[in-house]
Design a protein around this ligand. Structure first.
Ligand code: ZN
Length: 285
């Protein structure tokens, strides 16, 4: 990642963190709802995971447009953004919150003291309403809960950014590839025959035309059923150098369960103009 991309990704991340933190702190101080404090079964920080996920949106968008993979140093962006969001939101609450006498925590204590206080003095409710067990003061257990929140924040950020690593990547041009085609053929559980074997053999021989003709074959076409097998061919191309990636997978469905039972892929060099071919000129006579 070069310096320009690094700078833009940093600005986008900080911007998302700030906007989200302002919103979270506003809801917390004005409506007494701590969104990132929501947890399921006491320990699963779903609120924090959701907020962490949202905090990574700026990084995700910039990465998509500028072709940044979350590998190497870029891997830590979602973590740093999540921490920034958590820190800014708490700092804003520290200055915005008003005690009944009109004073703010910032008038009477340091930020670190405030963080200690909100961690240890928080009250938590467990169970469904009407049958709650309420812990009025969580004490030092609160540090563990705060740590869980921070982990949740970071986890949510990684959850979103990890979707970027699933997009096919052109090593030559250091760019994300674009999906150019997707074909899926379904077979009844009895009908796969040697079609799958032939398709995977063609993949091995990098004979993409044969794979396409098998997967796009309209004969004995079947609709997806409760029990079926399917072949999925996905094709991506790099708009910069024209390199192609072909991926074939075989999926077996049994009721609501899906399982990929075989997969193969290969890259193929292409013409640089292929993906960005100019329109064919009209023939003038
Ligand atoms: Zn390329």
């Amino acid at each position: 990642m070069n310096a320009t991309k690094l700078a833009i990704a940093t600005v986008a991340s900080l911007l998302t963190a700030t906007v989200l933190a302002v919103f979270l702190s506003w809801v917390e101080t004005q409506h007494a709802i701590n969104i990132y404090g929501f947890s399921a079964m006491f320990v699963i920080p779903i609120g924090a995971i959701g907020c962490g996920f949202v905090s990574a949106i700026g990084f995700w968008l910039v990465s998509r447009v500028l072709h940044i993979r979350p590998t190497g140093a870029a891997r830590f962006f979602p973590l740093l953004t999540a921490l920034a969001t958590f820190g800014i939101a708490n700092y804003l609450s520290y200055t915005w919150f008003k005690f009944p006498n009109g004073a703010s925590p910032s008038d009477v204590m340091s930020f670190v003291e405030y963080l200690k206080l909100v961690s240890t003095e928080a009250s938590y409710s467990i169970g469904s309403s009407g049958n709650d067990t309420t812990i009025d003061r969580v004490g030092s257990l609160g540090y563990a809960l705060t740590a869980l929140q921070i982990i949740g924040f970071a986890g949510g950020g990684f959850l979103l950014s990890s979707t970027l690593t699933k997009i096919p990547w052109c090593e030559t041009s250091e760019r994300f590839m674009k999906k150019t085609a997707k074909h899926q053929r379904f077979f009844g559980e009895e009908g796969l025959g040697d079609q799958s074997h032939l398709a995977f053999a063609a993949m091995q021989a990098t004979d993409i035309e044969s794979v396409r003709s098998i997967v796009t074959n309209e004969q004995d076409k079947v609709k997806p059923r409760k029990r079926c097998v399917s072949l999925l061919l996905t094709e991506h191309a790099c708009t910069h150098c024209g390199r192609h990636r072909h991926s074939l997978s075989q999926t077996e469905r049994n009721g609501n369960n899906w399982a990929v039972t075989a997969s193969a892929e290969f890259d193929e060099a292409g013409s640089p103009t292929l993906a960005t071919a100019p329109p064919t000129p009209a023939i003038v006579s």
